[in-house]
Design a protein around this ligand. Structure first.
Ligand SMILES: [Fe+2]
Length: 255
């Protein structure tokens, strides 16, 4: 079975078995908690959910991942480093994705917190959207591949989609511990404005989610390198960037 090793790249000694998509942890580094999102919690977000078993495991998360020696440092700074693994799953032509949310407002600042991401394996996209007028939304689809880092700006809903037909899409993120997640539009409209699909030849395309048909959607598709909020830590990996530039990262994430 193929394994994805993270030791050399990140300093986080872990590996992922591609067949099961489970992370194999060890004594030196591990998460404090982990989760599995099954299809029954996701099916409303797909155009055609027929035929997919309710208990099908759609994606995996691991939270407060840290080397043993760094765990207290993360906790005392109120920052969590997380993993998300989105395996390949063909939902009647639609690509597998996370649920999506926007962050709650921090009462101390009146702003929503930001989240920094780093792609560890595979390729996919983040769909970001926010309301900019009455029934009008900006929607950005950011195409991402291994090594890309970027920040989800404040006020954007965000969900991530695996665009590969062969590899899991795996990414890490840094976020403040006490961030709330709000689902509102994602639940009300059964997903984000656009769906990512593939045809029988594996060609990718996108289609407007019909529940958004009464809204004006300003769609922009871009690569990570074309985003002006990319690379917040000057080329550092997220994990080591946080250890080396803790205050800077905390300021960024505060929004
Ligand atoms: Fe988030």
């Amino acid at each position: 079975m193929e394994k994805i090793l993270f030791d050399a790249q990140l300093g986080i000694p872990s590996e992922i078995e591609c067949g099961t998509n489970r992370i194999k942890w060890n004594e030196a580094a591990y998460p404090e908690y982990s989760g599995i999102r099954t299809f029954d919690k996701m099916k409303a977000l797909y155009e055609n959910p027929e035929g997919i078993p309710e208990q099908r495991e759609m994606y995996y998360t691991a939270g407060r991942v840290a080397r043993k020696i760094d765990m207290d440092f993360f906790k005392s700074n109120g920052i969590t480093y997380e993993y998300t693994i989105i395996p390949v799953c063909d939902v009647n032509g639609e690509c597998n994705k996370t649920h999506g949310h926007v962050h709650g407002i921090n009462p101390a600042t009146g702003k929503r917190r930001m989240e920094a991401f780093e792609i560890l394996h595979g390729y996919g996209c983040f769909e970001l959207f926010k309301e900019v007028g009455r029934n009008e939304f900006d929607c950005l689809v950011v195409l991402l591949e291994k090594g890309d880092c970027f920040i989800v700006p404040s006020d954007f809903f965000h969900l991530s989609i695996n665009l590969s037909l062969s590899d899991p899409f795996i990414f890490a993120d840094l976020i403040k511990d006490d961030v709330d997640t709000i689902y509102s539009y994602v639940k009300e409209k059964n997903g984000g404005p656009y769906r990512m699909l593939h045809d029988q030849d594996g060609e990718m395309y996108y289609r407007l989610n019909s529940n958004w048909a009464d809204c004006r959607i300003n769609l922009k598709v871009m690569r990570c390198k074309d985003c002006n909020w990319q690379n917040p830590l000057a080329g550092k990996k997220l994990y080591e960037g946080f250890i080396e530039n803790t205050q800077r990262v905390k300021e960024i994430l505060e929004g």
